[in-house]
Design a protein around this ligand. Structure first.
Ligand code: ADP
Ligand code: MG
Length: 626
């Protein structure tokens, strides 16, 4: 055995110097990622050994129990990450820890701007890997020996990350790598078992190797495995029981209830990824919180990257929980980079299809479960019609409605079922929107439709105004509001005999003109209606106007919206309206206001001047009493 002088000091490749500088200065806010990177490297080394040992099992050197160890020393101020993986030869250490061999390195450095924030995002795309150790360490020592090499072929590498490193051979009995971080003063917070475990749970729970840490607590000794050490989703479906899936759901969702359904799939080809999505049984308390970010976790090759629900799935699927594991994305991809990543865009599109497929299966196989899902998440799913034009048709088929037909169950009618139930000659899918379901259900706008047995969708969710605006049509049939535009009698077909008194059109039009004059700027128009049977009047939104509900929503969203005026439609067949024809102008003015106000009330609207309405009504009542 010869002990030649083998220590040498070498300079880092200039790109490494730049990278180190960048890492330390721009990633301090993300310092905890150092552990993820080192554990990930350890896992890679274990993966490599496992692979090479397939051909040559002497590489195991009699130790087949692959694992990772995380230790810390308060006294020494160090954190040590050890693996018994493939290890490195001296040459490999020089190549891997002193240079960057990756393709695109030059482009990366050319793209740097000098602006720390922007460059931090670029680093995310490039990947900081091993060098992230210097975010928290003022000095890093790597002790390693290649599997299968002799005991004297161990290597010690050490650097303060300032531009140079020293390297020399050491005696190492065991194969694999040990990375010792001599922490900076500001990073001593990491010398804490609970903190380190937390980071392991967050980022490395499903690394498919056990990560061991010393047991904590008085009288405790020895070590324990601190991660789950299996990536459930990476196992073949045939090996996973329903109970396994449920366990894992609890883990990803923090929901103690059971999931309603799940879909686990592997996509292979140009882009490879695995996804496991769950539908929860009930809504989380923060379903309506626009900043909610939890939901679907992104992994790259089984390394947790981030909670990235908002990049992996569109907002209307924000109730879905689960995991996407990509084989192709860079390990240190940042949120900002994900936004523009093409691979992620196709993962996202594929994931949406999977989930829509799962929902479709549920509607067919387990309608009661789908009804439960619809009850909890229907209002969220409806946003998909607005948000996801590419899948609008599919989402439309998943929608469920209440309708004006008495023989239908609430929240149970599909658009397809509606179309099937359309009357002969009916061309449109009719709907009515409003703020309050009961007001919509009893609205006078439905009278003529009810009388003819024409079904009307009753919409009272805030998103419904957007829904109908974006859906436009279904199965070639336009969606048409029963409270908007002109409704001509021909469109509805004949009323059942006796349900409507014959109307003298000329007299009705004359009265409408007088009411219009009396109401002045409160209305856009007054006209005779075909909508009503038992009510005297109703309000209609002009084609092209947003309508009261829509305006309310825009205002609630902080937008300034000019008030558009309603159209008052009167029913001359109604005895009250019929009598008005004989009223003198001054009294007609009072009646006109009452008609207008009660039309608004009857559709569930709120009067601007309710005291004025009551005063006028009482005045009329007094006159009646004489
Ligand atoms: P990456 O993991 O993306 O390749 P890193 O900067 O994390 O980049 O690591 C650089 C290289 O150093 C790795 O590719 C590997 O060859 C080597 N390396 C780092 N850590 C280990 C380890 N624990 N065991 C063996 N090789 C390692
Ligand atoms: Mg790495």
């Amino acid at each position: 055995m010869s002990f030649e002088v083998n220590e040498e000091t070498r300079g880092f490749q200039s790109e490494v110097r730049q990278l180190l500088d960048l890492v330390v200065h721009s990633l301090y806010g993300n310092s905890e990622i150092f552990l993820r990177e080192l554990v990930s490297n350890a896992a890679d080394a274990l993966d490599k050994l496992r692979f090479l040992a397939l051909a040559d099992d002497t590489l195991y050197e009699g130790d087949q129990e692959l694992g990772i160890r995380v230790q810390y020393s308060q006294a020494g101020g160090t954190i040590t990450v050890t693996d018994n993986g493939i290890g490195m030869s001296r040459e490999e250490v020089v190549d891997n820890l002193g240079t960057i061999a990756r393709s695109g390195t030059r482009e990366f450095f050319n793209a740097l701007t000098g602006d720390a924030r922007q460059d931090a995002q670029l680093i995310g795309q490039f990947g900081v890997g091993f060098y992230s150790a210097f975010i928290v360490a003022e000095r890093v020592t790597v002790l390693t020996r290649r599997a299968g090499a002799g005991e004297d072929d161990g290597v010690s590498w050490e650097s303060d990350g300032q531009g140079e490193y020293t390297i020399h051979n050491v005696k190492r009995r065991r194969r694999g790598t040990e990375v010792v971080l001599h922490l900076r003063e500001q990073a001593r917070e990491y010398l804490d078992g609970a903190r380190l475990r937390g980071i392991v749970h967050r980022y490395s729970e499903h690394i498919p190797f056990p990560i061991r840490m010393p047991r904590e607590g008085e009288g405790e000794s020895g070590e324990e495995v601190v991660n789950a050490a299996t990536a459930l989703w990476a196992r073949p479906r045939s090996e996973i029981t329903d109970e396994d899936y449920r366990e894992f759901y609890r883990h990803v969702s923090h929901d103690f209830d059971q999931p309603l359904a799940w879909v686990h799939s592997r996509v292979e080809g140009a882009l490879e990824y695995t996804s496991l999505f769950y539908l929860p049984r009930h809504a989380p308390f923060d379903l309506w919180d626009a900043n909610e970010r939890r939901g679907v976790k992104l992994y790259v090759r089984r390394v947790f990257i981030m909670d990235a629900a908002e990049q992996l799935l569109p907002r209307y699927l924000r109730f879905v929980r689960g995991v996407v594991d990509s084989d192709d994305l860079p390990l240190n991809v940042s949120r900002e980079i994900l936004q523009e990543n093409k691979q992620l865009a196709s993962i996202r599109a594929g994931s949406v299809k999977k989930i829509l497929g799962l929902l479709e299966d549920l509607t067919g196989d387990r309608p009661d479960d789908y009804a439960l899902l619809w009850k909890n998440f229907g209002r969220v799913l409806k946003e998909g019609v607005v948000e996801d034009a590419a899948n609008r048709e599919r989402i439309a088929r998943l929608l469920r409605f209440s309708t004006s037909r008495e023989d239908r169950r609430d929240n149970d009618v599909t658009l397809a079922a509606y179309v099937q139930g359309m009357k002969e000659g009916q061309r449109a899918i009719y709907y009515l929107t409003g703020e309050d379901f009961d007001a919509v259900r009893t609205s006078p706008h439905l009278e003529a439709f009810r009388a003819r047995g024409i079904e009307v969708l009753l919409l009272s969710d805030p998103v419904d105004e957007w829904l109908v605006a974006h859906l436009g049509e279904f199965d070639g049939k336009p969606l048409k509001s029963v409270a908007r535009g002109v409704l001509d009698a021909g469109e509805l077909g004949a009323a059942p005999a006796g349900s409507e008194a014959p109307v003298d059109d000329a007299a009705g039009a004359a009265l409408a003109a007088r009411l219009r004059a009396a109401l002045g700027e409160s209305v856009k128009e007054v006209r005779v209606t075909h909508r009503l049977i038992s009510s005297p009047a109703c309000l209609v939104v002009d084609d092209g106007d947003p309508g009261a509900g829509f305006e309310r929503m825009l205002r609630a969203a902080g937008r300034e919206v000019p008030r558009t005026l309603p159209i008052l439609e009167i029913n001359p067949a109604h005895p009250l309206v019929a009598r008005l024809a004989d009223e003198a102008d001054e009294r007609l003015g009072e009646w006109a206001r009452i008609l207008l106000d009660q039309a608004l009330l009857s559709e569930g609207g709120r009067l601007e001047d309710s005291a004025g309405f009551v005063r006028r009504l009482n005045g009329m009542l007094l006159q009646l009493l004489g």
